[in-house]
Design a protein around this ligand. Structure first.
Ligand SMILES: NC(=O)c1ccc[n+]([C@@H]2O[C@H](COP(=O)([O-])OP(=O)(O)OC[C@H]3O[C@@H](n4cnc5c(N)ncnc54)[C@H](OP(=O)(O)O)[C@@H]3O)[C@@H](O)[C@H]2O)c1
Length: 260
């Protein structure tokens, strides 16, 4: 099923989606519109923790542009979509690789709504001291690490021990989500990068995956999903999927409800 996205006159409708995050009975009486079709299931979800992941990729499945190419893969509506996702969640997770590569702010700027708490998975203390996401803007910043150690004053460490049944130094995504849920985070966005989204997907910790595909071919570089074969092969995952148009980009809204 393909649903056309209504980008016009969206502000009031967007506010109703934001309000639905806190409504006691969110699914009732919501207007049927493109925004609600895309974001309503996230705003109306009451099964916590609810974990959404996102990937903004090219036609050839790449999530990073080459140094000689323009940095943005997604078009303007695809980028606005990412900011809307941030506005709907309590916390946004990135791996430290994304912070080192991109120095993102992880704030909501291209949509209305609050900026979520920022979570960096950084087991080897690689988070740069001057990272933009450490800006003193009142939004909490947490760093997931597997052992205690010195951190910048701005950062609240969340110690989650590495587990023996994963790759050395790797922290089980289920344990990360459990720790974040204990801190009170209900809707959580895993924003990237490839390693982090893939690990959460492989661990069955993603309830919903939003993949936006922009009509560009990058030709080389990192792809979004890299799952390690288990017992020689990895079973094909076929989530329940709805397709939406976001300006120049296509959104695949994939639900993994039965997998988790
Ligand atoms: N297009 C998009 O949607 C999008 C979104 C976000 C990022 N990106 C791109 O993705 C690239 C970065 O991706 P990436 O795969 O290299 O890095 P990443 O996923 O951002 O970070 C990976 C690193 O984070 C730590 N980490 C993550 N999960 C962990 C876990 N469960 N246990 C222990 N450590 C964990 C590890 O740090 P250590 O290595 O220190 O052990 C790991 O190497 C960037 O170039 C960025 O531009 C694209």
């Amino acid at each position: 099923m393909t649903i056309a996205y209504d980008a016009e006159g969206g502000d009031e409708r967007w506010q109703s989606v934001l309000r639905a995050c806190h409504d006691p009975e969110p699914a009732i009486g919501q207007p049927v519109c493109g925004l609600w079709d895309i974001y309503g299931p996230i705003a109306a979800c009451r099964h916590y923790p609810y974990v959404i992941a996102q990937l903004g990729q090219s036609l050839d499945g790449r999530i990073v542009t080459a140094p000689d190419q323009s940095p943005a893969i997604s078009g303007p509506e695809g980028l606005r979509h990412l900011h809307r996702l941030r506005a709907l969640v309590d916390a946004v997770i990135v791996g430290v690789g994304t912070v080192v590569a991109d120095d993102p702010r992880l704030t909501v700027r291209l949509a209305q709504g609050p900026s979520p708490a920022r979570i960096v998975i950084d087991p080897r203390f690689r988070l740069p001291e001057r990272a933009k996401l450490l800006a003193d803007d009142g939004v909490p910043v947490f760093v997931v690490q597997s052992c205690t150690g010195e951190r910048a004053r701005r950062v609240q460490p969340v110690v989650v021990p590495a587990t023996a049944d994963h790759a050395p130094g790797s922290i089980a995504p289920a344990a990360i989500i459990a720790s974040l849920a204990q801190l009170g985070f209900r809707r959580i966005l895993v924003e990237g990068g490839a390693h982090t989204v893939s690990a959460f997907l492989a661990a069955g910790m993603i309830d919903r995956l939003h993949v936006t595909v922009a009509p560009v071919i990058i030709g080389r570089g990192l792809t979004g999903c890299n799952l390690t074969p288990t017992n020689g092969q990895h079973g094909m995952i076929r989530p329940q999927t709805t397709i939406h148009r976001l300006g120049s980009d296509i959104l695949f809204d994939c639900v993994f409800g039965d997998i988790r």
